[in-house]
Ligand binder design. Structure first.
Ligand SMILES: NC(=O)c1ccc[n+]([C@@H]2O[C@H](COP(=O)([O-])OP(=O)(O)OC[C@H]3O[C@@H](n4cnc5c(N)ncnc54)[C@H](O)[C@@H]3O)[C@@H](O)[C@H]2O)c1
Length: 270
């Protein structure tokens, strides 16, 4: 199996995409160091261990460097040194126009989505450098490219994460370490499934694939980036969004505009 013998730390492990990543990595033979701020991470560790995976859980807020250092020390003591890191924990503290965002909300978005990965990377990088091998995958978002209405803090933090990705890759490629970013579009998680039908319908009309992504599709990409096979892929930004980053503004094709209108009125829409 591709990840046999590797220990991978996944943050936000108990969330929609995090769980799918953990299950896929377990299938590929990895031992899993699970980190999440919520208590559901404990039962996930029990579930994975019950299926024969070496797994340990720690509850920590990634925005706190002290909590991250402590969690990484405990997880490494339980499973061994961390070979791979998936920075998946993320949130939007408010969905509102930029001018209604307060200092605390802005700081929280940046603290979790950008300082969080900085904290985890600082905690695991020295060991990776020492062993001459490491894989880091940062889960950014399509919001990093085009922005996202009413989510200024989220968009800015996810764009900042691309800058952090590039620097880790630049500074540590020669140490056998890769650091890549994954930019998901709308992925079918419990939160996304609750979007109001008109919002989902509009989003799908702007998604060339005309569907949401599946969590297992993101997990498969992450597993590849963590593998030995992906050793020459570094500092990359990989969109996994059904083509949404292509910004398909339609000018000139009446047929395609009609197809979109038909889609919007079709019974399956939403
Ligand atoms: N679902 C999508 O459509 C989508 C699209 C683009 C990007 N993403 C990104 O993918 C990642 C996972 O998203 P998801 O949809 O699975 O979200 P989710 O809310 O289901 O899961 C996020 C997980 O992160 C944990 N978390 C939140 N704040 C934390 C903190 N401070 N410290 C530690 N853990 C914390 C939560 O407890 C939760 O388990 C996020 O970074 C998100 O921005 C998701």
């Amino acid at each position: 199996m591709r990840l046999d013998g590797k220990v991978v730390l996944v943050t936000g492990a108990a969330g929609g995409i995090g769980r799918a990543i953990c299950r896929r990595l377990a299938d590929e033979g990895a031992a899993l160091a699970l980190l999440d701020v919520g208590e559901a991470v404990d039962s996930l560790a029990v579930e994975l261990a019950g299926q024969g995976t070496r797994a340990a859980a720690a509850r920590a807020d990634v925005a706190s460097s002290a909590q991250v250092q402590q969690a990484v020390a405990a997880l490494s003591a339980a499973l061994g040194p961390i070979d791979g890191l998936v920075n998946n924990a993320g949130l939007t503290s408010i969905i509102a126009p930029l001018l209604r965002m307060d200092d605390e909300q802005w700081a929280r978005d940046l603290g979790v989505n950008l300082t969080g990965p900085f904290n985890t990377i600082r905690a695991v990088l020295p060991g990776m450098v020492q062993r001459g091998w490491g894989r880091i995958v940062n889960i950014s978002s399509m919001a990093a490219r085009a922005g996202l209405w009413r989510q200024a803090g989220y968009s800015a933090s996810k764009a900042g994460l691309l800058g952090l990705t590039r620097n880790v890759a630049l500074e540590h490629a020669a140490d056998g370490i890769t650091c890549n970013a994954v930019l998901p579009g709308l992925i079918e998680t419990p939160a996304v499934a609750k979007l109001p039908p008109p919002v989902m319908d509009h989003a799908m009309s702007l998604t060339p694939a005309r569907r949401t992504g599946r969590t297992d599709e993101v997990a498969a990409l992450v597993a590849f980036l963590l593998s030995d096979e992906a050793g020459y892929l570094n500092g990359a930004e990989i969109d996994i969004d059904g083509g949404s980053h292509l910004c398909p503004v339609v000018l000139g094709s009446v047929r395609e505009v009609q197809a979109r209108r038909d889609y919007r009125h079709a019974p399956h829409a939403g």
